[in-house]
Design a protein around this ligand. Structure first.
Ligand code: SAH
Length: 287
């Protein structure tokens, strides 16, 4: 049974009141409802209408106030979205009708989520709004695979990349693959499953090593999460063989090795963790 529902939240500090005619643009995290923020739960408990996208899980939606209208406004499969303008207009129309409108997106609304575009449409229309950040898949999703986005011994930089542009193609126009390959030891790619082969080709051509570790984390934080551990050189073939489906995040870099030590979900299922996943003891270094 649920231990916590929005109606049960009685906190020793105030959370914002949702006034009619406002739009709250919120992130729902990668899927596990436990990754919702208090602000998002508070919003679900007050919204009249929840306009949600395809990556928002059913469990998350089940926290909406009884009687709230749930409207699907998703985009699927990374296809270009001719509907984006319609979604923005819908938010404006609902707010003008005096509804408390919760626009709920997967992950964080401002990370490859078009939250900025929707918020600007609200500004243009003079609609008051609030942004409720969420746990993004490229950080929280990796953590569910036991892969930290940064680790002192592997990387001081991490780069988030989208695997396709507004036309659904590998974003060659806006991306300097050479600079990215050289400049960032860890790359986290969103929406990259469909184009993984051309993306890995570009990174190899730009000088990244074929044996560099790469992981694909699919449906991160959900009960059917899957993780493929491979290398940059084998990723495209292994991905096709594993039959992994989107949504998935791809992470490239030495940081992937830490999973051998930090796969806490695997440990729950009996995996024995390696306390020295980077092999520092073997190289005679102090740990
Ligand atoms: N705003 C979202 C990203 C939206 S773009 C966020 O901050 O997470 C959609 C992409 O997000 C997917 O193609 C995938 O790369 C990633 N993604 C979202 N949810 C995911 C999940 N549960 N597991 C793995 N990847 C996910």
């Amino acid at each position: 049974m649920a231990n916590l529902t929005p109606a049960m939240i009685d906190l020793p500090f105030p959370l914002p009141r949702f006034d009619p005619g406002w739009v709250w643009l919120a992130g729902a995290g990668p899927g596990d409802p436990g990754l919702l923020t208090l602000n998002a739960v508070n919003a679900l408990g007050q919204a009249d209408v929840v306009v949600y996208d395809a990556l928002v899980s059913r469990d998350v939606l089940s926290l909406a106030r009884p009687g709230a209208a749930l409207e699907f406004a998703g985009k699927r499969g990374g296809r270009p979205s001719p509907k984006q303008r319609d979604i923005s207009l819908r938010l404006v129309a609902l707010a003008r009708a005096g509804e408390r409108v919760l626009r709920l997106k997967g992950g964080d609304p401002f990370v490859f989520g078009r939250g900025g575009e929707e918020a600007l449409a609200l500004v243009e229309a003079g609609i008051p709004f609030r942004i409720l950040p969420g746990v993004t898949a490229g950080i929280g999703g990796l953590a569910y695979a036991g892969i930290p986005a940064t680790h002192r011994d592997t990387n001081h930089t991490v780069t988030f990349i989208t695997g396709h542009n507004a036309s659904g193609l590998v974003p060659d126009d806006g991306l300097d693959w050479q600079a990215i390959a050289r400049g960032s030891p860890v790359l986290v790619l969103y929406m990259a499953i469909k184009h993984l082969a051309p993306i890995t080709d570009r990174l190899l051509a730009a000088g990244r090593r074929a044996e560099e570790p790469l992981a694909v984390v699919s449906r991160a934080s959900l009960p059917d999460q899957r993780v493929l551990e491979t290398t940059l050189g084998s990723a495209a073939v292994d991905l096709a063989e594993a039959g992994i489906e989107p949504p998935a995040v791809v992470v490239l870099g030495e940081v992937v090795r830490l999973r051998a030590g930090l796969d806490w979900l695997g440990a729950l299922a009996g995996r024995v963790l390696d306390a020295d996943p980077l092999g520092r003891t073997a190289r005679g270094e102090a740990v």
